[in-house]
Design a protein around this ligand. Sequence first.
Ligand code: GRF
Length: 227
Amino acid sequence: MTSSATLPPLAIVVLVSGSGSNLQAIIDAIAAGRLDANIRAVISNRDDAFGLQRAHQAGITTRVIRHQDYTSRATFDNALRHTIDRFSPELVVLAGFMRILTDDFVNHFHGQLINIHPSLLPAFPGLNTHRQALAAGMTEHGASIHFVTNQLDGGPVISQIRVPVLADDSVETLAQRVLLAEHRLYPATLQLFCQRRIGQQGGQVSLDGQVLLKPLNLTASGFACAQ
Ligand code: GRF
């Protein structure tokens, strides 16, 4: 295992469209010394995203690239890509970024683009995951962090966190439990990137150079197979 003490902080850019509670969890983990990352910028496609205020509060550079100002998905993604590139991040972190990205964009950031999704992928890609989990009678739900590919929510899964579905759960109570779990999963997973332990090999995830046969599972005591 590599010691992160000798490594420079991981340069990241975070993309948000809304509340930015996952961004806040990342900011808080850095402030607490649990995450050796440097957020070079927070970028949003919406100027009213609360995540931008969280970034300002933390003194982080922000950029807004409004998708309405572009005539096509390709021109928006091109502007977004150039804006990100100016910050030279090692990793681009999607945290509630509600845009489908073009193949050109995804290919440009191959191996450097990750997303958090509120389900145990491959179950329930797309929207309304909590409603789908309840309708399917699942007893367990959760969140996943995956490399982004041109398959919607279909890229190689790096890590997951599981939460129980309770008998009296509503969509709202289940969503809240999953979101709190996401706030643990993103910083913990990013720290593995900061330690330069995670890679993408072909269509698979590697940890310390070894292909992962299944996603890392975050429990109360950390990632069992990452210690
Ligand atoms: C999270 O549930 C995340 O999994 C999904 O969008 C939501 C973002 O929440 N991709 P927030 O903006 O981080 O509060």
